[in-house]
Design a protein around this ligand. Structure first.
Ligand code: MLT
Length: 210
């Protein structure tokens, strides 16, 4: 159910099923809402809690998580500010809904994957693993964080017109430099998601939990 408590973001929260302690932090693409990623989240894990905010930036009425100057050209000051704001939201939500910050798995698509990557690079404390569908390099921090305890799955489209292969490679190299445990999946697709890669994400997360 959509909730607009004092936590700073309109969002959905669903309690975990009995015994589960993982939280899927769902981040939609441009034009999405707090509702859009929930079916995908449920396909990835049926019993985790779900926390799904709506991006606060409106681009011609389309919600996003940070401003951009053009397609793929980001407003870096705004990105840094919005990353901090979203990180504060996760911390407040963890107090309010009583979930463990160490168990947060970010699942982002497109603009949502980009802010998730930015969280990993600037505020890694609030995300322990991430599934990034069609991410780009959001920014390169001056000081690289230590991501050696983080597991990241990047799912890229082999003919994505928005995210060329070289951009995916650059992001993977950046995460590797930070010491992350990174897996990459190439889907025979453009920017749109295919059901095959959702199965890949489900299995990847399942293996992580073993
Ligand atoms: C972005 O702005 O984050 C990327 O260009 C992806 C998109 O939203 O189209």
């Amino acid at each position: 159910m959509t909730n607009s408590t004092g936590l700073g973001f309109i969002h959905n929260f669903e309690e975990p099923k009995k015994g589960a302690d993982m939280v899927l932090f769902l981040l939609h693409g441009t034009g999405g809402t707090e509702n859009d990623m929930i079916p995908l989240g449920r396909e990835i894990n049926k019993s985790a809690a779900i926390l799904s905010p709506r991006g606060k930036i409106l681009e011609n009425g389309a919600p996003r998580f940070f401003r951009r100057l053009a397609e793929g050209v980001f407003d870096i000051d705004d990105l840094k500010f919005r990353t901090g704001e979203l990180s504060d939201f996760i911390e407040k939500a963890s107090d309010f809904y009583k979930f463990n910050l160490q168990r947060v798995v970010a699942v982002g698509y497109s603009n949502g994957a980009n802010i998730a990557a930015s969280l990993l690079l600037l505020r890694p404390k609030v995300v322990s693993a991430a599934i990034l569908f069609r991410p780009m390099v959001p920014l390169v921090p001056e000081i690289l964080p230590d991501l050696s305890t983080k597991n990241i799955l990047v799912s890229a489209g082999s003919y994505d017109p928005i995210v060329p292969k070289v951009e995916t490679d650059r992001l993977v190299d950046l995460f590797k430099k930070c010491g992350a445990n990174i897996s990459v999946h190439w889907e025979n697709s453009g920017h749109e998601l295919r059901s095959e890669e959702i199965t890949v994400a489900r299995n990847w997360l399942c293996n992580l939990l073993k």
